[in-house]
Design a binder for this molecule. Structure first.
Ligand code: ZN
Ligand code: ZN
Length: 596
């Protein structure tokens, strides 16, 4: 799941958290403290420079030092960014990573990848040309107006200062756009319309009640008007462009949302930092789909009499599996008890992890279950973990669960079936224990801003998926066929996401075939499938991160089980794996294999 960050960064697909204290058996081959210190001070200078250079990045990370400044996304800005990345890469070349201790080396790897990929995004990927939805001032203003990091007057003066640049911002956006996709153009129109609300009555009320001088207030109002006109002009520009894209049917008018194999492979390498190629991951996903279908067939056959009695068993095994899954969906909690049933499960998951010795937990940092704050609620039921940002690491961690009272009876029922008796437990394992929340807790043991800011999303998502399997393997759910079948359906989603993303972007998979794959072969509902199709036309590579991370971690666990022999334990592997923070699994693997 994905969401905005205010004082909290929301985990799931957002990178977060900090690094680690080396555990007892952590690998530090030949620690060279002097070199570590030199690197540490380099990192801290680099971050100072980065915040100055990119005020918006600072703001989004919860650092408001430069919050009154607004960047204009023009060619001069891009040149300046490229110069920054080149400078940073040259500075990194002054270090020999093999002389750094293990945790520092991970930071080195993350920094190098970040600067190389950011440079590549500007010079080769060029989303700034073809994704009009990249331009929207709404979020950053929303954060300044609504986050109480400073008194209201101070924040309003930052808003006033930034507002001045909004017309230049959208002028640069118009200038940049060339050959956009229809999908990102449509999205940009919808989202920028929504941005008007940020400058609406709630803000005016705040301004009226503030201590700003009357001169400041009238300047403020003028700048709001100018900002709104700039947004409207941008929208009008895109609407005209969109009409042109939709009426001229020639292929050279609109860019395809499909990346094509070469660009996709590069983006995959930068975003995932996988030990697999795209082709290898695709083959693994196809193979896993067959394994899952075979196992699901056995379980569904076993469950058939219990749930469907004497109803004739369909000859098509996918139809049979679906029928049993639909029956399981009917066992669910009630609409009113949804949030509380999640709340009751958290201590049970903690107890299971403790009793089965699966990994270390920290009782001093409890997870607080709360109803999802309204500003974070999107479509559908949902759950996410809000963890403190890197600048506020001791704040509470929340498990946000969206109550179902806002839904129609039909929508509520559909959500309750999706998060039924079994899958709700899997959701809690994934999001909370031992999934995202537990992973963050380990990563936060010591602070590394680099791992927190540049962390690897495939590791984070992969861990949450891996954690589900760790629990079921240890007997969570008593090995009932219902629990395993539910997990397999859940796991099939990550497998299918991978196949879809790769085939859509590199193999011309068509919409109907994609939706058929999701509904028939992965047993999804029509709405989930159509929303997923849309997401895959707007994003690239991210949908593969869950399965990639899961597969790499599972392979590493098996490798170390063989290597460690009788010294292997689930707890030892899990604790040590998590001790490296949000590093690419590939980098963790090298360090764990090098350790004794
Ligand atoms: Zn997740
Ligand atoms: Zn029901």
């Amino acid at each position: 799941m994905r969401s905005l960050s205010l004082t909290y960064l929301v985990i799931a697909c957002v990178l977060n958290a900090c690094s680690t204290v080396p555990p007892a058996d952590s690998p530090s081959p030949v620690p060279k403290p002097a070199e570590d210190q030199r690197f540490q001070s380099h990192v801290s200078n680099m971050l100072d420079e980065m915040w100055r250079e990119f005020p918006e990045q600072a703001l989004r990370a919860g650092n408001y030092q430069y919050a009154e400044q607004m960047s204009v996304p023009d060619q001069a800005r891009r040149n300046q960014s490229i110069a920054f990345y080149d400078r940073q890469l040259a500075a990194l070349a002054q270090f020999d990573p093999s002389t750094l201790s293990a945790l520092m080396r991970v930071d080195y790897v993350l920094m190098k990848n970040r600067f190389e990929s950011s440079r590549w995004y500007l010079t080769t990927f060029k989303a700034w040309q073809w994704q009009p939805s990249n331009y929207n001032v709404g979020n950053d203003f929303h954060v300044l107006i609504n986050t109480e990091f400073a008194p209201l007057d101070a924040r309003l003066r930052m808003v006033l200062s930034r507002l001045e640049k909004v017309p230049a911002y959208y002028a640069a956006a118009k200038e940049n756009i060339a050959n956009p996709t229809r999908e990102h153009t449509t999205l940009a129109i919808t989202q920028n319309k929504g941005t008007h609300n940020v400058f609406g009555e709630a803000l005016i009320k705040k301004l009226d009640g503030s201590g700003l001088s009357s001169g400041e207030k009238s300047l403020f109002m003028n700048r709001i008007d100018a900002a709104k006109s700039a947004i409207d002009e941008y929208i009008a520009h895109l609407v005209a462009l969109n009409t042109k894209l939709n009426t001229e049917s020639k292929s050279d008018t609109a860019r395809s949302f499909r990346l094509g194999a070469p660009l996709y492979a590069q983006k995959f390498a930068y975003d995932i930092q996988s030990r697999f190629t795209v082709g290898e991951l695709h083959r693994r996903a196809l193979a896993d789909k067959i394994v899952l279908h075979d196992a699901m067939e056995k379980l569904a056959r076993q469950l058939w009499p219990k749930y469907l009695g004497n109803t004739p068993i369909p000859t098509d095994r996918l139809v049979m599996i679906r029928a049993v899954i639909d029956e399981l969906g009917k066992r669910h909690t009630t609409r009113d008890d949804f949030v509380d049933s999640v709340r009751r499960q958290i201590p049970q998951l903690e107890a299971f992890v403790r009793d089965h010795d699966l990994l270390d937990q920290d009782p001093t940092r409890p997870l607080k279950v709360r109803e999802t704050p309204h500003f974070m609620r999107g479509a559908g039921a949902g759950a996410s973990v809000s963890a403190p940002g890197p600048f506020d690491p001791t704040a509470d961690t929340y498990y946000n669960v969206t109550p179902l009272d806002g839904f129609s009876p039909e929508e509520a029922e559909s959500n309750l079936r999706e998060y039924n008796y079994w899958t709700l437990q899997i959701l809690n394992i994934h999001e909370a224990i031992p999934g995202h929340y537990t992973q963050l807790m380990h990563a936060n043991k010591s602070r590394s801003l680099v791992k927190s800011l540049f962390g690897n999303g495939a590791m984070i998502e992969g861990w949450a998926v891996f954690g589900e399997k760790v629990m079921l393997d240890a007997g969570y759910g008593n090995h009932t066929p219902e629990m395993w079948l539910s997990w397999m359906k859940w796991n099939l989603r990550t497998v299918t996401n991978t196949i879809l993303d790769i085939e859509i972007h590199t193999m011309d998979l068509q919409r109907d075939a994609a939706i058929a794959m999701m509904t028939r072969e992965a047993f999804q509902q029509q709405t989930e499938a159509t929303e997923k199709w849309r997401r895959a036309t707007l994003s690239q590579v991210q949908l593969t991160s869950y399965f990639n991370g899961y597969t790499e971690i599972t392979a590493l666990r098996d490798e170390l089980r063989a290597k460690w022999g009788k010294d292997f334990s689930v707890k030892r592997f899990n604790n040590q794996f998590l001790s490296y923070g949000n590093a690419p699994v590939r980098a963790i693997r090298e360090l764990m294999l090098a350790a004794r």
